[in-house]
Design a protein around this ligand. Structure first.
Ligand code: SF4
Length: 321
């Protein structure tokens, strides 16, 4: 199939469907993807669910419409499948703040220490870590650590500070943050609270972009007072359906609003910060997805020794819940 000279959205979508069939491929899109990518994906989910769902899909080719560490996680979980990402530049500013050598340097000065890595990390960093965690299970992972040993939490400063406060566990926290944080300040959240006093606040901490919102909400007592729900994507979708509220302030990357609005046309969803947009996620376009399927590019692989060590950290996390 040849690339078209001038391409309409309809033509690209038709071509993607045909190529997907031809390749036996499945498309997995992160919740932060552009609406048109979400609309033609087989799976729309958070990073952990993307990796999990990929293992049960009967498809030899997986196209990951997300950022690079997500494609690595899919490759680790699916060693027999070909994993593609439509744009190799789709990285993550949070994951990029730490390298494997930084973890080794911390270990050298903290013998017997334990390293907990948030999912937003490269496979090389996960391989150097003892436990992996998501925002959803980070509290359980920290509480399950052996007492009295030094702990390094990486790479998200806001999530680490939140965990320290909630669990009372002393730990070193890597000073990494996601660029999307810039739009999710204490002032922005306060402004939205005043602007929409009748609205329910939904915070979706899947990614580093909203861990600052978790941090501020906990400090303000919003969580304890029940004014703010900290929820996973699926919980957010359920909550939006079942809540009697008609209006919601959604603290997350703006891509999640697409599904909320599509599934709840009679309710209003307002972004906590319109500027909370991940430019790396938005690098994936229909044209790049088409090219990925057409040329089977760009393949993401993780060397087996790194994959097996990274998998150990992920499995320990899953054992905790
Ligand atoms: S929103 Fe931030 S943490 Fe999430 S993928 Fe983008 S850069 Fe990384």
């Amino acid at each position: 199939m040849q690339a078209l000279e001038s391409e309409t959205t309809e033509a690209l979508v038709a071509e993607i469907h045909a190529l997907k069939q031809e390749r036996g491929a499945a498309i997995l899109a992160h919740n932060y993807q552009r609406p048109e990518i979400q609309d033609l994906a087989d799976v729309v989910a958070d990073s952990l669910q993307m990796a999990r769902r990929a293992t049960v899909l009967d498809a030899p080719v997986l196209v990951i419409c997300g950022v690079h560490f997500m494609a690595e996680s899919a490759a680790i979980a699916n060693p027999d499948k070909q994993v593609l990402i439509p744009d190799l530049d789709a990285g993550c500013s949070l994951a990029a703040t730490i390298q494997a050598k930084d973890v080794r340097a911390w270990r050298a000065t903290h013998p017997g220490g334990v390293v907990v890595a948030y999912v937003n990390t490269a496979a090389q960093v996960k391989a150097e870590s003892d436990y992996c965690c998501t925002s959803g299970n980070a509290v359980s992972v920290i509480r399950a650590l052996p007492p009295g040993v030094p702990v390094l939490f990486l790479p998200d400063f806001f999530l680490g500070s939140y965990l320290k406060r909630v669990t009372g566990r002393e730990m070193d926290i890597w000073m990494g943050e996601c660029h999307v944080h810039a739009g999710m300040t204490h002032e922005t959240l306060e402004e939205r609270r005043n602007q929409y006093p009748d609205a329910e606040f939904l915070v979706h901490p899947e990614c580093g972009c909203v861990t600052s919102a978790m941090y501020y909400a906990e400090a303000e007592g919003d969580v304890a007072a029940g004014r703010m729900q900290i929820v996973s994507t699926e919980q957010m979708m359920r909550r939006a359906r079942s809540s009697r509220k008609r209006r919601f302030i959604v603290a997350t990357e703006t891509g999640v609003l697409h599904r909320l609005r599509r599934e709840n046309p009679d309710k209003e969803f307002v972004a906590a910060a319109e500027s909370a947009e991940c430019r790396y996620m938005k690098l994936i376009t229909l044209k790049k997805l088409r090219d990925s399927l057409l040329y089977l590019q760009h393949e993401v692989t993780v060397p087996p020794p790194i994959a097996s060590r990274a998998r150990r950290a992920i499995d320990r996390m899953l054992a905790i819940g």
